[in-house]
Design a protein around this ligand. Sequence first.
Ligand SMILES: *Cc1c(COP(=O)(O)O)cnc(C)c1O
Length: 236
Amino acid sequence: MSEKLLTDAALNVKETFDKIKKAAESAGRNPSEIRLMAVTKTVAPEKINEAIEAGCYLLGENRVQELLEKYESYDKRAEIHFIGRLQTNKVKYIVDKVSMIESVDSIKLAEEIERRCAKIGKTMDILLEVNIAEEESKGGFSAEEIIDVSEKIKNFPHLRLRGLMTIGRFGAEIEETRQYFEKMRHLLVDIKTKNIDNIYINILSMGMSADFEIAVSEGATIVRVGRGLFGARKYV
Ligand SMILES: *Cc1c(COP(=O)(O)O)cnc(C)c1O
């Protein structure tokens, strides 16, 4: 088949996989440790399905309403993670649809996920969101809180702590971003060391279109890419 027959989304997926591979290899990492997530906000399901068809089997959803509207149209081979701000009263709509909630930013939210998952007999993988740049406007735990929070989460039978997620700071210079990602890597080691039952704690979700290669070189295991796969977002 000629390359020309590939859609833009499919081509971008292939290019992004190549870039991840290069960044991993130059950091001495195995590229298979890194998953590419297609961030779907504002993108039509047909386009998302092109990315899945091209081999990107992980989707990231920001908004509950949008997920509910698009869910049935998605190619069922894909796995879905929730990555946006999540209000406790919306948890019930998504627990059966996602395999991981990456944006756990309060104990209250963790409690509600626990409650809803207990009801349907599911154990949910979660990441703790870290506000690594300590921005007032942003959700997430501070780096200092993470150990305490992970100790608390351990007692929730329907939650499985898998690691950490961060957004970084918009507009940060490369060097600043690299330092945040490096801090995240150390923080992951810290919670692994502190948690006896730590075999599942191995996920670091960081890096977006502008900085995923830096994230890979600093240890990311999930990179979340939106515009880099689907072009600029059109908000309506
Ligand atoms: C939108 C978004 C992304 C992707 O951002 P791009 O710049 O489009 O790659 C990643 N993570 C989260 C949490 C987002 O909201």
